[in-house]
Design a binder for this molecule. Sequence first.
Ligand code: IPM
Ligand code: MN
Length: 372
Amino acid sequence: MKLNIAVLPGDGIGPEVTAQAIKVLKAIAMDFDHSFHFTYAPVGSTAIDSHGVPLPDSTLEICKTNDAILFGAIGDPKYDNDPSAKVRPEQGLLQLRKELGLFANIRPVKAYDTLVSKSPLKKKIIQGTDISIYRELTGGIYFGEKQISDDGNTASDLCQYSRHEIERISHLAFKAAQSRRNKVTLIDKANVLESSRLWRKVVTELAQQYPNVTLEFLFVDNAAMQIILNPKQFDVILTENMFGDIISDEASVIGGSIGLLASASVGEKYAMFEPIHGSYPQAKDKGIANPVASILSAAMLLEHFDLFDEAEVIKDAIEKSLKLHITTPDLNTKYDTISTTKVGDFIEDYINNPDDTNLNFTNIHLGQSTII
Ligand code: IPM
Ligand code: MN
């Protein structure tokens, strides 16, 4: 298959983790005889520095003319600490989601058997967890009208949803549940918010089209507790933009590291794949950032084009790396010298030589060679 992929590495650790994902995609292209072509474009703080805006027109155009987008990370502390900043890196990502109509953000949360001991949560609570979060991505409080009074002392953000916005992502969530464990949990705050009551009404009506799927409701405050008390009760979680943002970061604790969680943002026409983690500026260029979320995002990209075998090969290689403790320090208590690049190298090598079980642990550790 021929695929043109727009690569937006972005800020902080974005470029270093994305580089590992590209390495892996190139290995897949070679092994499966595909042709992947990568076009790089700036976004975020990097783009503000070079173009004065977080999403230059040229970047948007590249995104629109390629088959898919691989996104790194966005954000820089110099803007976080300046509430009066007129431009912010995050605006680039939000604009991209809006302009490309990426209304559904799918975030899988899985407790890898090899990592259950890495989570601060008890093994018996998290083992076997397999959740797919469907977060609405182009509406709600993120995109509602924003106001600040002239004296600067009063501010508001409008949370608005239309039936259409709720329906289109809900269909995707119910369809996903049908190929999983047939359960959708809608997370909202319907005891307080009018917009949440609309979500409940619309989703309840729509559920009738999916009689084999059980629909449950949870208030977001309770959901925040249930996710760490009993995560196995969830199959597909469906929720609005901001609740999904918060719940998915919380759920990442189940996997042992936020550096493992990938996501797909899809719309009618375009699709973008990105780790759920931020730009982690403290780790930039230190070689400690976990590239797995980015590599898994690349696997989700392949699945989007029905390249399931290829995605499986990547996931197998990741599982192998976790099993052998070829991981960055966020997960590694055994070795402390395994860098972002080394993890990428191992996964690339393993894809090229999956049958080679003759691993040399000493050399992996020293980073001389992964497979001999
Ligand atoms: C995410 C991020 C973004 C969001 C930020 C960077 C705007 O936290 O993708 O979850 O809030 O959606
Ligand atoms: Mn987030």
